[in-house]
Design a binder for this molecule. Structure first.
Ligand SMILES: *Cc1c(COP(=O)(O)O)cnc(C)c1O
Length: 319
């Protein structure tokens, strides 16, 4: 007999490609479509579902009862693990960066929709200082967590490992061979690695890192050895992870007005800003067909708007 959890993990999820109509696209003769992976689930959105799928199956195979993972206070991966973990019948543990958040959990949960949703789905938290967080993958730290919580299956920060990359290979379908360029936002690189491993030879994958610097290319190569038809455009990180400026926020709001598609400010907003800027600057030849992956992340807007509100800035319009 099937349970809800099995259906959730076994479902063949194919997201719709939505064509975007904007004057600039007509002027430059570029076709732009957005793959609506954001619609998969409000809290297990887009690539986080893809990255968890085979990890949860593996955890089941290993007869693990619990999952442990890591993340920051607004992490899409943390809340996705809590919700998907619960749907699949696991207990979940989250090691969260920032020990100050644990001092008054009630207050933290009131202010932080990400952690609140994770908490309401049964995730137990361990808030740790930035120093300890840096050593979170060490044997010593994991042993400590096992003493506290018992045995568990470990999912890395951001969810990226070989099984996650396998899951991300399922984002593209046969019909997507129509496109010349596949674009995605990049964090740890797991998602782009899955795309690179699933595109046709004549297609190119362009990644837009949401953070500054780092060893991203190395990380991506580790999962994509055979394939070289990808590149990173590092011009659109807006100063680094979760950094932003007024241009980005007003772009997200006008894009929503014109297309009715909501973008998140950490990943997909920066990517789409980059794609349209590159089109404007004639970086895509005429008649190019571009597919941008909407990897989701919309759950984080609430927390982001809370921060914007404190600085009296324009908020992200969600409706
Ligand atoms: C996590 C995340 C990414 C980055 O995915 P990686 O596999 O870590 O590169 C992109 N977009 C959204 C919305 C995310 O939550």
């Amino acid at each position: 007999m099937n349970t809800i959890n099995d259906l959730f993990l076994d479902e063949e999820l194919i997201s719709e490609n939505q064509q975007i109509f904007l004057p600039i696209l007509e002027e430059k003769k570029v076709e732009l479509f957005i793959k609506r992976e954001d619609k998969i689930h409000p809290f297990v959105s887009g690539n986080k579902f893809r990255k968890l799928k085979y990890n949860l199956k593996e955890a089941k195979k290993l007869k693990k009862k619990s999952l442990l993972t890591f993340g920051g206070a607004y992490s899409n991966h943390i809340v996705a693990t809590a919700v998907a973990g619960k749907l699949a019948g696991f207990k979940t543990f989250g090691v969260i960066r920032g020990d100050e958040l644990g001092k008054n959990l009630k207050e933290t949960l009131k202010e932080n929709a990400t952690l609140r949703e994770a908490h309401e789905n049964g995730m137990k938290f361990n808030f740790v200082s930035r120093e300890i967080y840096r050593q979170k993958s060490s044997f010593g730290f994991i042993e400590k967590m096992k003493n506290k919580w018992g045995d568990f299956y470990v999912i890395p920060e951001g969810g990226t490992n070989g099984l996650a990359v396998d899951g991300c290979k399922e984002i593209l379908t046969k019909d997507d061979s129509y496109f010349d360029y596949i674009c995605t936002a990049v964090g740890t690189g797991g998602t782009i690695a899955g795309l690179v491993n699933s595109v046709k030879k004549r297609q190119k994958v362009i990644g837009f890192p949401a953070l500054k610097g780092g060893f991203l290319s190395q990380d991506i190569k580790q999962y994509t050895s055979r394939n070289t038809n990808w590149s990173l455009n590092k011009e659109y990180h807006f100063g680094g992870y979760a950094k932003y400026n007024d241009n980005l926020i007003s772009f997200i709001n006008s894009f929503k007005k014109e297309t009715n598609i909501l973008l998140d400010p950490v990943y997909t907003g920066k990517m789409l800003f980059g794609i349209l800027d590159l089109i404007e600057k004639d970086n895509f030849p005429e008649n190019s067909k571009v597919l941008a992956i909407h990897t989701g992340g919309l759950q984080g807007i609430d927390g982001f708007n809370n921060k914007l509100e404190k600085t009296n800035k324009e908020l992200i319009q969600v409706i």
